[in-house]
Design a protein around this ligand. Structure first.
Ligand SMILES: [Zn+2]
Length: 487
């Protein structure tokens, strides 16, 4: 009979011992995904040879009884392991149970592809008392026969195997280093662990004999519990992290993610470390707490509407805090503040808010057409008689001209080809100019409001008929006026 057993698909693996038998020929083959154990049971082998076996067995037992009486000899089973008798036992089932346990342990632990050939026979036999061993000891004897087992220092936490190191000093050092890592820096008041840690020198399957890094991750539980998560609509790495009790950066590392962008339907690996030791650390810590300042607004009649000024600069308050903090496995569970020293109180920022109405003569920043009516008789820019620095509106003689925006009159008088002209500085980098006027009504230095009458249309200077020549300049450069105030 051949059983093909996989540890993922078939539960028989665990109770293989129950229907197991006197001899086992076991092949363990493990790929990263699947372990296959092939077992051939010698019970069937013996049954097949039953006639010969029975007669031999009867003769054997008669002979054995006689021997037991006359000499210091016991009847039982020779444990033949890989064709070598390694000892004698009196209990068959218990010994088979141990052998099954060893096979299971090996199957579970072997990583990568590996063939193991193990043959174990229990042969009815007799031997001197001194050659008999306890069933418990047979396990250690078999392990010592197998190169998959090493003599190592096993660490048990609360009676459960945690890991093994090559020797006791290393094992103790790993535990100490793990505790130090959990404790971290700072002033440590106390370190406690309620777990009972014991060390035993024994045969340990080789994959469980760990180095420092592997022992650390075993203790911190980072190599335990893993699952898969399918990303749903509305999920973020952060929300998945919260649900699975994992920090976002750990989730990213685990899944080799470069960015936090995740696609719906993609599968993420999730796991949360579950330390196998609980370490409680109490620390005395000091830190600074900041109290942000507030901004207070004060109205100021001397400032124009829409303007602000900082009257007093704000500064944050600082308090020096001393606390006794309790952590379990690096997570804070309790914080008691033992000392508070105020270093500085927060100082409010005071902001002055202008309430003074803007003078009517202030620039609004928007230009109005200075006359009503008229038509563009010559537009801005290149023309046959050279570059035109403004726009000409042909309009009846005597039409009133109004300031295009508020400002200060910087010129009012005759200026060569412009004839009678007015220039207004708007105080914001802009200037406007009104030329060929018949009459000027504001003088240099006067402040004018937007829409205030300043002159009348005429045909003075270089002009062939009544029109207004209007310019807008920004920091000295000519702009096309119709773009600002229409045609
Ligand atoms: Zn012109």
């Amino acid at each position: 009979m051949r059983n093909i057993i996989s540890n993922q698909e078939d539960p028989n693996m665990e109770n293989g011992g129950e229907n197991s038998s006197v001899a086992q020929e076991v092949k363990v083959k493990k790929t990263p995904r699947k372990i296959t154990v092939l077992a051939e049971h010698a019970v069937n082998y013996i049954k097949a040879n039953s006639v010969a076996a029975k007669s031999t067995a009867i003769g054997f037992f008669v002979f054995a009884v006689i021997l037991t009486i006359i000499a210091n000899v016991q009847v039982g089973y020779a444990v033949v392991f890989n064709n070598k008798t390694i000892g004698y036992v009196s209990e068959k089932d218990a010994t088979l149970g141990k052998i099954d346990g060893i096979i299971k342990e090996l199957s579970d632990s072997i990583e990568g592809e590996k063939d193991i050939d193990i043959s174990a026979d229990l042969v009815p036999s007799f031997a001197p008392d001194s050659r008999f061993v306890k069933e418990d000891d047979i396990e250690q004897i078999i392990k010592s026969e197998l190169s998959f087992y090493e003599d190592a220092a096993a660490v048990y936490i609360d009676g459960k195997f945690a890991f093994a190191a090559k020797d006791a000093d290393s094992a103790k050092d790993f535990i100490k280093k793990y505790q130090d890592k959990v404790c971290g820096d700072g002033t440590i008041l106390s370190v406690e662990s309620e777990n009972e840690v014991t060390y035993r020198q024994e045969k340990v399957v080789y994959t469980e004999v760990l180095d420092l890094d592997a022992a650390m991750s075993r203790l911190s539980g980072t190599d335990s519990k893993e699952g898969l998560y399918v990303v749903k609509e509305g999920d973020t790495l952060w929300s998945i992290g919260i649900d699975n009790d994992m920090p976002t950066d750990y989730l990213m590392t685990l899944n080799n993610l470069d960015s936090e962008v995740i696609q719906i339907g993609s599968v993420l690996r999730v796991k949360y470390p579950e330390p196998i030791m609980d370490i409680k650390v109490v620390k005395d810590i000091t830190y600074t707490e900041y109290h942000p300042y507030e901004t207070e607004k004060r109205y100021d009649k001397s400032l124009n509407v829409g303007t602000y000024r900082t009257y007093q600069k704000g500064s944050n308050g600082e308090t020096r805090i001393r606390a006794t903090v309790t952590y379990v496995n690096n997570s804070e569970v309790e914080r008691e503040i033992t000392e508070k020293t105020v270093i500085s109180e927060p100082v409010n920022e005071i902001l002055l808010v202008g309430t003074k109405p803007k003078p009517k003569t202030a620039a609004t920043g928007r230009f109005a057409k200075p006359i009503s009516g008229g038509y563009v008789s010559s537009s801005f820019g290149n023309r046959s008689r050279g570059y035109h620095t403004g726009v000409d509106w042909a309009v009846s003689y005597g039409t009133p001209i109004y300031a295009s925006d508020g400002g200060t009159v910087t010129a009012s008088g005759w200026s060569g080809g412009y004839g009678r002209m007015i220039k207004i500085n708007h105080g914001n980098g802009y200037e406007t100019l009104y030329a060929h006027c018949s009459k000027l009504v504001v003088s240099t230095g006067k402040k004018v409001a937007k829409g205030q009458l300043i002159a009348y249309v005429g045909s003075t200077g270089n002009s062939t008929g009544p029109h207004l020549h209007f310019e807008i300049r920004k920091n000295g450069a000519y702009l096309n006026p119709t773009k600002y105030c229409g045609e």
